[in-house]
Design a protein around this ligand. Structure first.
Ligand code: GLN
Length: 486
């Protein structure tokens, strides 16, 4: 595969396909070749759907020949394995769903198929999206293409690594507490978490239903806007999806930042943050200032430090309820024992990994009689305070800018035995989910060759503001053009 094909953005691929300089089958074959070469090192895929991909590519080529193609037609995509795909195994990287083949597509998959995308396969992740490194996958750990001894982040680690390594043009992930943005930051790709309710979630396996969102991982901001044009919108099958009209997100990409008010909340520059990350983020903000934005460096959001604690009450509580359905009766792994109760117990004992069990126990405890008021109810109240604090900030600022993570990608194995340290890698991303806001992570530098991500947050349904800032920044730097040597 010529190196440049592995670096193509959606919009560049689109030009080549439209101009007949390349066919979708050629493009797809090139990606499948590259996958077979580097996948043993990266391990981003749980399932490779080569036959399906080539069939879809042939169909796309027919449409392209008739000049009847959309923006994503014939372009390869990788889908996180928590999103249901009809006829294609959807495992959530869990033993309990190892052999589950859904009889239906998630709405976002339907939308991609209707847009004639080419599905290359399903991406590895932390089991049921619980984790920050993919080390909680029941199958294997994905490796960071920038340094194979390090994690790609998580839980959408396979999606991020796949895009960074040139194994796919773009990917879908899901973000409950940072799972799109944190791996995007760790792999130097663009990762976007839309406003809660913006993207249809029907067919996304539920982790924490008041926090989960699907979003794109791409090589640049334009691609991110293009994918959002296809996946955003209302769905009668998802009662939490918003009836708000969907704009053409590519429209806002050419604007300049004059008069844009940007706040820098000091609580996101946490203790223990790496000096190189601090430096790169501050340089990035300085760059926004040069582009015409008015920066307030002195913003304070004092409830921020509670977001992590609130998240680790609410997310496990919702998970404990959502995961009650895996009992070995209707689908998934089933342990056969003489009694019903023993079957149930053993199914869950052998089917779930350690982190998932830890979350179920935490959540069941927080919801139990006598503790509910002290934990769950209290967490909900603090959640409201965090949300209001953001509301007030957005009366003054169009956007807030922070680091995506306090550190660069850590070594595989470094944090597996210390859940609290692992949880801390999402301190900068979680408040956004708690408040249901949209946010992006974009490439913003490197420390010793390891990626650093910059996070831009805005108010609900202001994804256009985010794309505007992100695109202006991206056009003035070349971080997003760097590719790992793999
Ligand atoms: N790392 C966080 C967790 O373990 C967030 C995961 C996510 O966003 N899905 O819960």
């Amino acid at each position: 595969m010529p190196d440049n094909l592995a670096e193509l953005t959606i919009h560049q691929a689109r030009e080549l396909l439209k101009g007949r300089q390349l066919s979708s089958v050629e493009l797809t074959r090139a990606y499948l070749d590259r996958i077979s070469k580097i996948e043993p090192e990266v391990q981003a895929f749980v399932t490779i759907t080569d036959e399906l991909a080539l069939k879809q590519a042939e169909a796309a080529d027919r449409l392209l020949a008739d000049d009847n193609a959309g923006p994503l037609t014939g372009i390869p995509v990788l889908i996180k394995d928590v999103i249901c795909t009809r006829g294609v195994r959807t495992t959530c990287s869990s033993k309990i769903l190892e052999n589950l083949v859904p009889p239906y597509d998630a709405t976002v998959v339907e939308k991609l198929k209707a847009g004639n995308a080419v599905i290359l396969g399903k991406a590895n992740m932390d089991e049921f999206a619980m984790g920050s490194s993919t080390e909680n996958s029941a199958f294997f750990t994905t490796h960071n293409p920038w340094d194979l001894s390090r994690v790609p982040g998580g839980s959408s680690g396979g999606s991020a690594a796949g895009v960074a390594a040139g194994e796919t043009v773009y990917a879908l992930g899901s973000d409950t507490g940072g799972s799109i943005r944190q791996p995007a930051g760790f792999c130097s790709v663009v990762g976007f978490k839309p406003t809660y309710g913006r993207v249809r979630r029907y067919g996304l396996v539920a982790f924490a239903s008041s926090l989960d969102q699907i979003g794109p991982l791409t090589r640049d901001v334009t691609d991110c806007a293009l994918v959002m044009n296809t996946i955003a919108g209302y769905d009668s099958r998802d009662s939490t999806s918003a009836p708000e009209p969907v704009p053409d997100y590519t429209r806002c990409l050419k604007a300049d930042l004059k008069g844009m008010r940007i706040g820098v909340p000091k609580e996101y520059f946490v203790e223990g943050m790496q000096a190189e990350v601090d430096k790169a983020i501050k340089a990035g903000i300085g760059q926004l200032e040069k582009l015409g934005a008015e920066i307030d460096w002195e913003v304070s959001l004092p409830h921020t430090p509670y977001a992590l604690a609130v998240y680790y009450i609410i997310a496990p509580s919702e998970a404990s309820a959502n995961l009650a359905r895996y009992d070995g009766v209707k689908y998934g792994f089933s342990y056969q024992a003489p009694s019903m109760w023993e079957s149930l117990e053993r199914t869950r004992q052998h089917g779930f990994g350690a982190e998932v069990k830890r979350r179920i126990m935490l959540g069941t405890y927080a919801l139990s009689a006598g503790y509910y008021d002290a934990y769950y109810l209290k967490a909900q109240k603090v959640r409201t305070l965090i949300r209001r604090e953001f509301d007030r900030a957005f009366e003054k600022y169009d956007a807030l800018v922070t680091p995506t993570s306090p550190t660069v990608p850590f070594k595989i194995g470094e944090k597996v035995d210390d859940p609290l340290q692992m949880y801390l890698s999402d301190v900068c991303t979680m408040p956004v989910n708690i408040a249901g806001l949209p946010a992006i992570s974009i490439p913003a530098g490197f420390a010793d060759g390891l990626p650093i991500g910059l996070q831009i947050i805005s108010k609900p349904f202001a994804e256009e503001t985010i794309f505007k800032v992100a695109h202006a920044y991206e056009q003035s730097t070349d971080w997003h053009k760097r590719r790992p040597k793999i």
